[in-house]
Each structure stands twice: as structure tokens, then as C-alpha cells.
Design a protein around this ligand. Structure first.
Ligand code: KG4
Ligand code: ZN
Length: 331
């Protein structure tokens, strides 16, 4: 049986639509809302309005690029949780209305599971079980993935997420939002050992980034603007190296605990060049096999929602008309 899906992602500041056929992504259109840059963070009310403004053009473009026709779709998938509630509502209401008009079912997808399954979009793909370090703006998790529909969180952050640590550090350095890509770029020209920042001692496979944030803040408060601008690349390189070290040490611990040596990364921070290199380096040294999605499937995108929905469709796991988005939810 052939399966064709339309998927919508609208959890934060990307409006995205994707068409999938038989497990292959035919299009993945992403509109990034630039308006938030001037405020140094996402304004939820503006995000919802912009989703509602852009969702139809984005869906139109996704159909156009895929060569698939609207009546050929078997189900409509949407991000149900976690995310900004108003933004999620736009995607969910759009998906439900669209599916209702066509007389087809909807599929509700968990955004963090979808980030993990971005690793199944392109070849080579990991086999099961594998571990995934999911690092985004709101979450940091190590996930054991037993199958596309069976995964459990082995550890997660107890305060800030890794992406949040990048963004907050960038804000302290007066870099534009979102700060992660800015730090990534500047870090390439700096010395990662120039400055030392606090690394938390958290038990198990959990993470903490709030101590690092405070240690960066205290350090920067003692410096003047000239020092910061003169040492910007070294500061970025040192901050990035500290975040990567915290992430990779826990990932290594998870590999040792589970004995699973297939390791993936996912989420916006997996676009970070330093983290990608660190994963490559750890894999060579410890005999892991590693997988990293292409850049377009690392940050928020509907392609990953379509892939997660595909496995739910195979499992006949459809949403009800009453299913509503939720800002937060566990797997
Ligand atoms: O997964 P994502 O697009 O959205 C969420 O679900 O949160 O992740 C966004 C996060 C932001 O914190 C952003 O700064 C970070 O990913 N990010 C990066 C890079 N690209 C995006 N962090 C470090 N280096 C990058 N190249
Ligand atoms: Zn995300």
C-alpha cells in the first residue's frame, strides 16, 4: 500500500510543510520568521500571527516542489507538542480542517520524537537500537530508540537546554538572536582553551547548563566592552567547547551504560560544527558508528514530522478530532 502524507510543523518560529511518499521526503519547505531577531527572542503572539499568515503559501510551495497533488494525500500530520501553544494551535487547526475537508485522518506528532527520527530521513540510516543526543532550544535529551515508535529518555536537562545556553551566552556577548549559529561561526576563529567556565557535576545521564550561564555572566561582568570585542572569537570558542564537553561526556556515559554504539544527534544544536566534529572524533576513538542529519533536518522542519507520522501511519496510530496541542508533554 502506498502512503502519502502532508506534514505541518509550527511549534516555534518556523512555519514548515513537507510531503512524504512511502517513507521518502518529496519536499520540505521552511519559512523562518525573522521578525523575532530584533527582540532577541521569540515573541509568542507574533509567532502565531506569522504562522497563520504563512501556512497556506508554505503548504502550496510544498505541493509544488513535490509534484504530488492535493487529493493524493492519505493523512495530515501536525506537531502536537511541545512548543508555543498559540503556534501549535495554528498548525493543528490547519491540519484538522484540511483533513476534515478531504475526509482523511490526522496524525499528532511529538516534536522531540520527530527530531530523533530526522535520522531516518537520509541514507545511511542507523539500525535499532540506537542512542540519540537531542539538543534543541528548549530540550536536551539522551534517548534510547528501540524502534520508530518505541523510545525512552535516559537523561535530560534539569534546567536550561543546550540551545538556550548558546542563545543566553550570545545575548551576554551582545550577539544577535538566535545566538547558537553566531557562536558557532565565531568559535571557528577562536581558541577553545582560552577561558575556562564552570562544568556542572550532575549525576546519572542528566544535564545542567544554568551554572555555566552564571559563570559566563560573572566572568563577563568583570570585563569591559573592549576586552569582550577583542576576545570575542576566543570567548565563543571557549563557551562552545564547554557546552560540547558537557554533552559528549554524558553521551559517552550513555554508550557505556547501554552498550549501544550507534549514536545519532538531532535538534537545532546538532547543526553546530564543533559538536559534529566532536561526535566524529569520539566515534573514531571509541568505535561508535555515528549519524548526523543534514542541516535542513536539524533545525525545526516538517520533514521530520512527516517521517515520524509515517511510522505512526504504519501503526494505524491516528489522532482524534478532539486531540489538542499541549505546550509540554513527555513522550
Ligand atoms: O530544534 P530547534 O530548531 O528549535 C527548537 O525545537 O528549539 O533548535 C533551536 C536552537 C536554538 O537555540 C539555536 O541557537 C540552536 O538551536 N542552534 C545552534 C546552531 N544552529 C541552531 N546552536 C549552536 N550552533 C549552531 N550552528
Ligand atoms: Zn525543535
Amino acid at each position: 500500500m502506498s502512503i502519502t502524507l502532508l506534514a505541518i510543523e509550527s511549534s516555534c518560529d518556523e512555519t514548515s510543510a513537507s510531503i512524504l511518499k512511502d517513507g521518502n521526503i518529496y519536499s520540505n519547505v521552511i519559512y523562518t520568521q525573522k521578525i523575532h531577531e530584533q527582540y532577541g527572542g521569540v515573541i509568542p503572539e507574533s509567532a502565531s500571527r506569522l504562522h497563520s499568515q504563512h501556512i497556506l503559501p508554505v503548504v502550496e510551495e510544498a505541493y509544488k516542489q513535490s509534484g504530488i497533488l492535493k487529493h493524493q494525500v492519505d493523512a495530515v500530520a501536525y506537531t502536537q507538542s511541545p512548543g508555543l501553544i498559540g503556534s501549535l494551535m495554528v498548525g493543528a487547526c490547519f491540519a484538522k480542517s484540511y483533513a476534515y475537508a478531504l475526509g482523511i485522518p490526522t496524525i499528532a506528532v511529538h516534536h522531540m520524537q520527530a527530531h530523533v527520527l530526522a535520522n531516518l530521513i537520509e541514507d545511511p540510516k542507523p539500525s535499532f537500537p540506537f542512542l540519540c543526543l537531542t539538543v534543541s532550544g528548549g530540550h536536551t535529551q539522551i534517548v534510547q530508540v528501540n524502534s520508530p515508535i518505541d523510545m525512552n529518555v535516559l537523561g535530560e536537562t534539569i534546567d536550561d537546554a543546550a540551545g538556550e545556553a548558546f542563545d543566553k551566552a550570545a545575548k551576554m556577548l551582545k550577539l544577535p538572536y538566535p545566538g547558537g549559529p553566531q557562536i558557532d561561526q565565531l568559535a571557528a576563529k577562536g581558541n577553545p582553551n582560552a577561558f575556562a567556565f564552570a562544568k556542572p557535576q550532575i549525576p546519572d545521564l542528566n544535564f545542567s547548563f544554568s551554572g555555566l550561564k552564571t559563570s559566563i555572566l560573572y566572568f563577563l561582568q568583570k570585563q569591559d566592552d573592549e576586552f569582550i570585542s577583542q576576545h570575542l572569537a576566543d570567548l565563543c570558542a571557549s563557551i562552545q567547547a564547554t557546552i560540547i564537553d558537557i554533552l559528549m561526556k554524558k553521551l559517552k556515559k550513555a554508550v557505556i551504560q547501554t552498550g549501544i554504539k550507534q549514536v545519532c544527534i538531532a535538534g537545532g544544536v546538532s547543526a553546530n560544527k564543533g559538536l559534529r566534529l566532536a561526535l566524529q572524533d569520539f566515534s573514531q576513538r571509541h568505535g561508535w558508528t555515528y549519524y548526523i542529519p543534514s542541516f535542513e533536518y536539524c533545525t525545526d522542519n516538517a520533514g521530520m514530522i512527516a517521517m515520524a507520522a509515517y511510522y505512526k501511519f504504519l501503526n494505524q496510530d491516528f489522532a482524534n478530532w478532539e486531540t489538542t496541542p499541549s505546550a509540554r508533554s513527555a513522550f
